[in-house]
Design a protein around this ligand. Structure first.
Ligand code: UTP
Length: 227
């Protein structure tokens, strides 16, 4: 069975709007697809992580500890999704890539979250994909792909349907310097992808059809990062 890493942003999991219903929908889709591909789902921290990080930063707490706050929230989000998946996935997110690979023998869906300070769950997804030899990574996020500018701020922003790995590295910028959100894709993660040449599909997490098609490797609405 083909292996697919799905990176689900916190903004997709818990945007603070009818979250239980959307989580149930997402869980249903993942359950259905798990009959066709082996799924490794990595959960992000989103707004709640950002809230803790920003509040902590105002208090003068160091960046490493702020990263740990972020990691804790990504793990909490994984537990919430595990609840919606009703036994199809591990209840506690994997803490290492080898543990995730082992869990794949017991569960149709394997959940993983943040691991160590210094990067985001984009990096976890990229490294996990390398470890399990995943066919592709699907990044379910709060925008419909990679744009020429921020689509929430610039009405002229254009969706890029296909870009090369080197373009992703350029768009991601330089290394992880502070806790909190990355703009397109964590630069550390982009470096891992460019080395491994693992295709990355970026889709809007609420566009279930795009998400389904991207996971199955079919044409989808969003951005494909490939050779
Ligand atoms: P996310 O992966 O959600 O990153 O982790 P993000 O880019 O802020 O969120 P999205 O993609 O826009 O939803 C939240 C924070 O947790 C810490 C980082 O500070 C990150 O910004 N983190 C996460 C780590 O330090 N290590 C990890 O492995 C994961």
């Amino acid at each position: 069975m083909e292996k697919v890493v799905v990176s689900v942003g916190g903004s997709v999991l818990v945007p603070a709007e009818d979250d239980a219903r959307h989580l149930r929908d997402l869980a249903r889709l993942l359950r259905d697809l798990s009959a066709r591909v082996k799924l490794f789902v990595v959960t992000g921290g989103g707004r709640i992580a950002r809230y803790y990080i920003e509040t902590g930063r105002t208090l003068g707490i160091g960046e490493r500890t702020l990263d740990e706050f972020g990691i804790a929230v990504t793990r909490l989000n994984a537990r919430l999704l595990a609840g919606a998946l009703e036994g199809r996935a591990n209840r506690e997110p994997a803490t290492s890539y080898s543990q995730a690979a082992k869990l794949a023998r017991r569960f149709p869906i394997v959940l993983m979250a943040g691991t160590r300070p210094g990067h985001t769950t984009d990096r976890v997804s990229a490294s996990l994909a390398r470890f399990v030899h995943a066919a592709r990574i699907v990044n379910a996020t709060s925008v419909a792909g990679v744009f020429t500018a921020d689509p929430n701020k610039d009405p002229d922003a254009r969706l890029l349907e296909r870009i090369r790995f080197e373009d992703l590295v350029r768009l991601a910028g330089s290394g992880h310097s502070a806790a909190g959100p990355s703009i397109v894709f964590d630069p550390v993660a982009a470096q891992v992808l460019v080395r491994d040449r693992t295709p990355l599909s970026v889709v809007h997490g609420r566009d279930r059809e795009a998400l389904r098609a991207a996971i199955l490797g079919e044409p989808f609405h969003g951005t494909l990062v490939a050779d």
